[in-house]
Ligand binder design. Sequence first.
Ligand code: F6R
Length: 601
Amino acid sequence: MCGIIGYVGRDLCIPKIISGLEALEYRGYDSAGIAYVENKKIKIIKEKGKIANLKKLLDFNANTNLGIAHTRWATHGAASKTNAHPHSVNSFTIVHNGIIENYSELKESLIKKGYIFKSETDTEVACAVIADLYKEKKDILLSLNAATKVFRGSYALGIICADDKNTLYAMRNTSPLIVATSPSGNFIASDVPAILKYTNKYILLDDLEIAKITADNITIYNKDLNIVKKEIKTFEGTFEAAAKNGYEHFMLKEINEQDKVFSDTVNYYFDGSIASLKKNFAFLDKFSKIDIVACGSAYHTGLVGKCLIEKYASIPVNVEVASEYRYKKCFYDNDTLVILVSQSGETADTLAALRKAKSDGITTMAIVNVVGSSIAREADHVIYIKAGCEIAVATTKAYLAQLAIFSLLSIYLGYKNKGIKKSELEKIFTDLKKLPKLIKNTINYSELYFDIADKIYKNKQIFFIGRGIDYALSMEGSLKLKEISYINSVAYQAGELKHGTISLIEKNTPVIALATDTELIEKTISNIKEVKARGAYVIYVSNEEPREKFYDELILLPCIHPILESILTIIPLQLLAYKVAKNNKCDIDQPRNLAKSVTVE
Ligand code: F6R
């Protein structure tokens, strides 16, 4: 949700800033811009569309060692050149990720003072607030600090001031921001992949802190403007991990990494013994009610988690979308645990839900991918998935790793609560060991899924149906398909279709029917026959060889313990969505209107 980067150092800044910005393009890609200091003047260049459009306007040899840049996901005002960042008022030029919620009242009072605004953005207002404070305070740090008391909302800001052209300033509240240090100079960025080509050493800026950065120095101030000493962290991943490595798309690369991601995640918490699960998850013992809160695909893993935890551990689980949860009345008990699921660890609504639960005195646990992200830092307990950098906007490997964590939690709680017997536990452990290979095999059947995609990609709508856990997985299959292929797709509980939606089924309407829960397969087959009788083109996904032919296409999965099966079921759905989108010539890694890290409400 908007990416920002800045550099000050001894090297030419445009090549560094643009390569970093490209690594942030997953955060937004409807316009981009850069501001840099050349011959003691601040130059601003921006353009509508992707960074590639901006690049055409730049002189990469320009003699400049300090700059800031931005890739935008529009919130206030259309995606246009005028609304693109950086924005400039008087001596200040800024780039911004986040939303200044009180911008319209601030704008009104600034207009009364004579300020004229060129764009519709909250960012230009933020810049004017800083410029206006500077008139009175005549000191950059004092003005930035005073601005934190005026702004309401979220912001990560990169700032240049014409009165101090050798220094980069940065500040944040809620939106993510790192400061990184390299032998040739220093950076600010929204996320680590932006700086990995040059350094893996970075500092996490905390809320309301301000960074003052020159080529040789980084000074961080807290909200009282005292200098704070910050830990310099080392990022474990490599730049190569954030590159495509020969794959046509990041999404395909990330799907293909899933066997390793699964092993890395599971092996981090499980050494083959129940004792290892107890060691890592014993803190869960005291909870007898769980709320799982998340957005999008992470919410969908929560739905799978609910099926597993309720079935095996007999603990009631309520799953909610974070944007609803944060504003609703919650009925907590003393023994309620709130689980937040987030790949990025920065999703604004999920973070707000976490803060709400904490302020009500409820214990929180986060399942997160990005180490040191806001949700990871603020939750009482963190379980990291080991998915590595996920670049494609549509999540795949992080989703699968979240499923793996819910399986592990269910195994632990199920065994503890006597929903899983010792003999069954042994079977689960055997299947756990087999899974990386089965994941790889399932991915290797991609030709089958691609053939099916070739037959259905021209359809205007595609349905998914399933019962129980298969419905939860259908939701994710349907989201994957629609977000990257722009084909309308809805997931339905298989038994619910006939209560209205079946009227949409016509001759050849694709219906992807999931049936992996042995207890419900027969019921689902009856529902499949209902749509088949109305002409649907049925793609049947199951782990049990069907005895009769009620389908047009069959995807047969390996049969493993049901507590783990979802990890395989999702794979053909990811690859099907991928190929449908590819056939439709869609921008797979950066679907229209989307961004990966949703740091606004
Ligand atoms: C869909 C997708 C989104 C995210 C959602 C939450 O493919 O990636 O639905 O799952 O925006 O993001 P995180 O997990 O970062 O909180």
